[in-house]
Design a protein around this ligand. Sequence first.
Ligand SMILES: [Zn+2]
Length: 488
Amino acid sequence: MRRWALSLLAVAISLSFLPADYAADQPAGASVEKDILAHLDSIEKDLIDVNQDIWTYAEVGLEEHRSAARLVGVLKKAGFRIKEGVADMPTAFIAEYGEGAPVIGILAEYDALPELSQEVTGTKKPAKGRTAGHGCGHCALGTGSMGAALALKHVYDKHKLKGTIRVYGTPAEETLIGKVYMLLAGLFRDLDICLHWHPGNRNRTYYSTSKAMVSAKFTFHGIAAHASGSPDKGKSALDGVELMNVGANFMREHIKETSRIHYVITNGGGQPNVVPATAQVWYYVRANDHGDAVAHFDWLKDIAEGGAKMSRTKVAMQIDADCHEIIPNLPLSRLVLRNLNKVGAPNFDDADRDLATQLQTALHADFGLKDKKPLHDEVDELPPAPYQDGGSTDVGDVSWHVPTAGLSTACFALGSPGHSWQNVAAAGSPIAHKGMMVAAKVLALSAVELMQDPLAVKDARADFDKRMKDRPYTTIIPKGQKAPKAIR
Ligand SMILES: [Zn+2]
């Protein structure tokens, strides 16, 4: 009894320090939650249609014109205020509803991946007429986030809530461009909380971190000549690229085991009998810590210069992205997990399990996949400490500026790797539809809880402040540089 009275007193004291427009009298509880879930059930078919459209468009980063327009169209019709083409990216947008504090952001992505065309079927079968595919499930990601915002708008009006709901339409996640340049343009400055989700193999909250990453292109310039008739009058830009790659492959041995370097040659010259006058290689350099990624990249720049010297060519460098690792947030991750447990894992049926089993078949044969179960149908517990994710995401940069948390839901077969044809197939199937609906519900429930509970926002902020102490955000993207116009 005494403890109860004390905590009431604590609530009263902390409320008195909150901004005046913070709704201390917002209606709590069950009817708002019920209305969110019912609204999402009522628009499920529309959301599935949007997912299927974006899945079919399969547009790669910075070319997601139809995908962004599809989401914007629905949000505009629902009454959201829209800003398109933000941060000098035609496919970036912000959709906002409501007013005042707290300002809750929800991240949406919608870019596809090159060379991953695939039908919705259990065996590898490229879809006719397109080369890209949604191997990361961003069709569901964007649509689920939009669904959460639509449900929030519905209860906002009905229950006269206060606060601002803001959907960030963030292009080119796969090349870690969208959020980084939106952030540099100051678009996340006034957010109180940011929520996100990602289609995955499991149902869990992201109490995790990711890898920091620098993305850069090195263009070598030489002199063209007849490769057989007058090789002594030529300087091969491709030699520069190859020597640089050899150097980078030796460098691998002397960086941390958890760091990663990968590249593709985007231009290797025209044909063998012409000494290539220009050649280009595109690098991703990753590390668990942003400082390490930048140090590795400094070394790589020296290697590029070395390649140029050895081949008597010149090299020019273009940094496209400098992305930071995710800063986890414990109170927010707990809040998201509580809501994920409330909604529960997706309710898969036999047809979903059959498709997932087929998708796993090649993985058993090629990679000795151990998972016997086709789909994750439980909710994972909170890990004892933040786990390290193998990939990178520009959600990381947002999380350096505002308390951020998210979740993944089962949208892919258990054990299937990211960026695989298996995941493209699942992303266009009822497996992903069910995972997406769970995510939309959890995001909306979490956001409305934050809108109604100032103490939860304060807790998230305190956790954020503690982790960000003596951790200034720095970037190696040249000051004032605009986002690239294309990914390659
Ligand atoms: Zn992704």
